[in-house]
Design a protein around this ligand. Structure first.
Ligand code: HEC
Length: 165
């Protein structure tokens, strides 16, 4: 082999090693990581509970204001909290009390403008309020998602990037 050829060969070998190494060790872009991890929310409800709750949610038009499973209704009239992961935020007892209150604002002072209110669902039959509370309490967010949300919040609030679990 001539000297020039040998140098070229090493050059090619070097390129191959570099590109393999890069693929092995480089982190994939965040969007890909998230896509591989799937939807950040899940429910522990039985299929029957999920079905019953969906009917009640449809009949009472909760989606007019709230999003479920990251799906936002384009016609959404009121900027309301997403109900995904609700079970990590509130207990079933609290949710039942909230849905049963004649004036929900007494339990959760509004964080929004006065014209945006959670209507009272006290008029629903008790079993429907119980089903809704049970279903909402079954909605959870995955650990990695909560962890990332807390981290982003920490970084936003403090401007530091030394977040510890
Ligand atoms: C007209 C709009 C509207 C409809 C319809 C509606 N909500 Fe709400 N809901 C709101 C608003 C606004 C809030 C935020 C309340 C606040 O901050 O004062 C809220 C808050 C909540 C909360 C508490 C969220 C938290 O952060 O703890 C739950 C649970 C909830 N709604 C469930 C439901 C369910 C279940 C239905 C259907 C049976 C429903 N909502 C229908 C507007 C609505």
């Amino acid at each position: 082999m001539k000297k020039g050829e040998k140098a070229l060969l090493w050059f090619v070998v070097g390129l191959v090693v570099l590109s393999v190494g890069q693929n092995l060790f480089s982190k994939k872009p965040k969007e890909f990581q998230d896509a591989e991890r799937g939807i950040p929310y899940y429910s522990t409800a039985t299929p029957q509970l999920a079905r019953e709750a969906s009917d009640i949610i449809r009949q009472n038009d909760c989606r007019q204001c709230h999003s479920f499973w990251s799906v936002r209704n384009v016609m959404q009239s009121v900027p309301s909290p997403s109900l995904d992961g609700m079970g990590d935020l509130r207990s079933e007892q609290w949710l039942y009390a909230y849905l049963s209150a004649a004036n929900p604002q007494t339990l959760l002072p509004t964080r929004l403008k006065p014209e945006y209110r959670m209507p009272s669902f006290a008029m629903l039959p008790e079993n429907e309020r119980r089903t809704l509370a049970k279903y909402l309490a079954s909605l959870h967010a995955k650990d990695w998602y909560l962890e990332e949300t807390r981290k982003n919040e920490y970084e936003k609030l403090t401007g530091k990037d030394d977040y510890k679990k």
